[in-house]
Unconditional design. Sequence first.
Length: 269
Amino acid sequence: MKPHSPIYDAYRKLTREAADNISQLLPRTASSWLKQPDGGPALKRPPAIEAAAKHWHGVPAKLDQIDTELDTLGKYVVGTWSQTELTQAARLTRIQIRAAESRVAIEGLRGQVLASSRAALAALRDGAYPPRPEPQDAAQEAALAGLKADLQMVLAPLTGSQVPDRMVSRLERAIGDSDALASWLLASSRWPEDYLESRGQLEYAKVWGEHVASALDRVTPPNLAEVRTVYKRAANARQGLPSFEVALNNALPQVITLFADWQMYGRTA
């Protein structure tokens, strides 16, 4: 037996559902090659998915360690309050000491889990947007300067929402033309936001990322399709890593406090 509450149930539900979803999305092995069910040639996994899988690999085991520590603390609390030969003050002291030890252990694990999950999501996000082509040399810088000048000339006479709309149109054209440099400039670099801010269009700069995401969903570059699918599911606010992080940051500390303060719920005899 251990203390129980809706907060504990919510923590378990959110973390387990999100962790199961992510584990299903990412490969379980470190291999860069994926065997085909029909026995066909193995396919190389996208580097972003492989990187995310490496970051995520130890997370489920650490969640199990957190659950074990919570379970141990809960049983200790119940067992201590059952020791009627001890005074209430003595029982409280023992529980608070044990709870402090558990909090330190759980905080360490929580920090590791959060760091790994954030790194996994960042790896997927990086792979879900057009990469900057190589080589990043003087010739490329000159080409970028030319692209920016052309875009500024096209955008200069436009006003209001016409500006981001035309930028989206140019992004979709770049993707359709397999123009890697223009795709990176408009979808992945900071230049669009900086340009909009320079024109005083701060409201459009703030939501430029949403325009890019929508454009990439409409005209997804073939080399990004798999990673974008995985990234969108991993970044889902209700079933992905955001809900996972909320549970770890908000619900988990409350669960530890609940266990430590269990005597407040009528078990102080």
